[in-house]
Design a protein around this ligand. Structure first.
Ligand code: NDP
Length: 429
């Protein structure tokens, strides 16, 4: 059934009221709420099964990205992040985009790549020929390690051979890399890909007389891209006493800058990943894999470039993002971690593909909020108000005092811990 992500005044509610609202909307039960309140967080026993040398668990704030509308459907996005402004930025940007008709998004099939590195194979052309000729046998062997994936409609679909004129080995041979093209369905896929890559290695050695070294997935998941776009009438951008044209111009300039300069592109993309990583952590995704894929993809033409671009066309600001998105609805901690269970209930996505579209839109929203401020009044104005709260807490403020001290710091135009201590001292006297 439909749900709105446009929750006016949500940020003004107490946490208890927010929980009530979520319960009403999503039918969260006592256990879910206990999870959100940290009462039944990840149990030490479970943590001890998840990683080695476990000594406890670690918490992060969980916020809700609001207002997202993607392909006509509303999404509330749980975001686990320690940095202030990230959740606000996504929600704010999504509100503007929503008024302009929302995000459009799409994503590729879940096609991943497993790599097998072959050496001592003799003549590269001959080795390639033999591997290609044995394609059906290789596919069958790869799939024999995971028949259930084939039953689901996934599994190893193709074999590609790459000869790379890269660093010469001791025998002067070029690199020969075999790619297994694998449909991982609803899984991110690392484990099943690695199993298949290891599984076919002996046959590749047999076919070529060579020796296999590495057998592992590639995190440059460039066959599994997600894309999102938005189109905002320029006049809707007017703010800070500036006309929409000026804001749009600033956003376009930010895009130009990032396209031309890796020093800027790195920061541009960091902002995008602020949103995506936060959502990924909450949803139990391997965010290092997403990061690795994003940055490698950003560099695909040899220069590190922005993952999103902005331009003005027919009186509209148009934003686009495209990046690899290797996500799962199963696997890893997804069905194990109780916090992820609640996040998934809130997200209400039905497939890894749908999740990847949500993440792409979150990245674009985050980026929109950043470049909108950067290209006009700068980000410190907005950031400082939130940063001031952290400074107030650091200086010792608690409860109602946090907001009070933060406001005084901003008014004083001097958001520093020592200033906060001064204010606290003067108020406690
Ligand atoms: P898992 O192996 O944990 O889970 C995937 C399994 O779920 C599948 O093999 C399949 O097993 C089962 N499954 C059930 N339903 C489905 C479905 N509809 N579609 C697909 N599979 C289904 O996870 P992944 O293989 O996805 O690997 C992800 C994990 O690997 C992450 O935790 C990641 O951190 C880690 N990892 C990442 C690396 C990297 O990125 N470089 C390297 C190594 C590990 P069955 O067919 O038996 O039911």
């Amino acid at each position: 059934e439909s749900l709105t992500s446009r929750l006016s005044g949500f940020h003004k509610l107490s946490m208890v009221e927010r929980h009530e609202k979520l319960s009403q909307m999503l039918g969260l039960d006592e256990m879910d709420l206990a999870q959100l309140q940290g009462i039944s967080a990840l149990q030490p026993g479970l943590a001890n099964k998840m990683i080695e040398n476990a000594v406890g668990t670690f918490s992060l704030p969980l916020g809700l990205g609001l207002n997202l509308q993607i392909n006509g459907r509303d999404y509330l996005v749980p975001m686990a992040v320690e940095e202030p402004s990230v959740v606000a930025a996504v929600s704010f940007a999504s509100k503007i985009v929503r008024e302009a008709g929302g995000f459009s998004a799409e994503a590729d099939d879940p096609i991943m790549i497993g790599q097998v590195q072959l050496t001592r194979y003799g003549d590269p052309t001959e080795a390639t020929k033999r591997i290609v000729a044995a394609k059906e046998a290789l596919l069958a062997l790869a799939n024999s390690f995971h028949p259930s994936m084939v039953k689901r409609g996934g599994g190893c679909k193709d074999i590609e051979v790459r000869v790379l004129p890269a660093p010469e080995g001791p025998r002067g041979e070029p690199l020969l890399v075999v790619h297994l093209i694998i449909d991982t369905q609803e899984a991110m896929g690392a484990n099943l890909i690695n199993t298949m890559a290891e599984g076919v290695a002996p046959l590749l050695e047999q076919l070529t007389g060579g020796k296999v070294f590495l057998r592992i997935l590639s995190n440059l998941a460039d066959r599994r891209l997600a894309r999102a776009t938005c189109r905002i009438p320029v006049e809707m951008l007017a703010d800070f006493d500036m006309p929409g044209e000026s804001i749009a111009e600033g956003i376009y300039q930010a895009s130009r800058f990032a396209l031309a300069d890796p020093y800027r592109a790195a920061t541009h993309n960091k902002g995008i990943m602020n949103g995506i990583d936060s959502a990924a952590i909450a949803a139990g995704q391997d965010w290092r894999a997403i990061e690795a894929g994003a940055h490698a993809f950003a560099c695909r033409d040899g220069q590190y470039r922005p993952l999103s671009t902005w331009h003005v066309e027919d009186g509209h600001l148009i934003g686009r993002i495209e990046l690899p998105m290797a996500l799962g609805m199963v696997g890893g901690p997804i069905k194990i971690h109780p916090g992820v269970q609640v996040a998934m209930k809130i997200l209400r996505v039905e497939s890894a593909r749908e999740l990847s579209m949500v993440f792409a839109a979150v990245g674009l929203a985050q980026n929109f909020a950043a470049v909108r401020a950067l290209g006009s009044v700068g980000i410190q104005k907005g950031h400082m108000a939130m940063h001031a709260r952290c400074v107030a807490v650091t200086a010792g403020a608690r409860g109602d005092w946090v907001e009070k001290i933060a406001e005084l710091l901003v008014t004083a135009g001097h958001v520093k811990v020592e200033k906060a201590r001064e204010i606290i001292d003067s108020l406690s006297e």
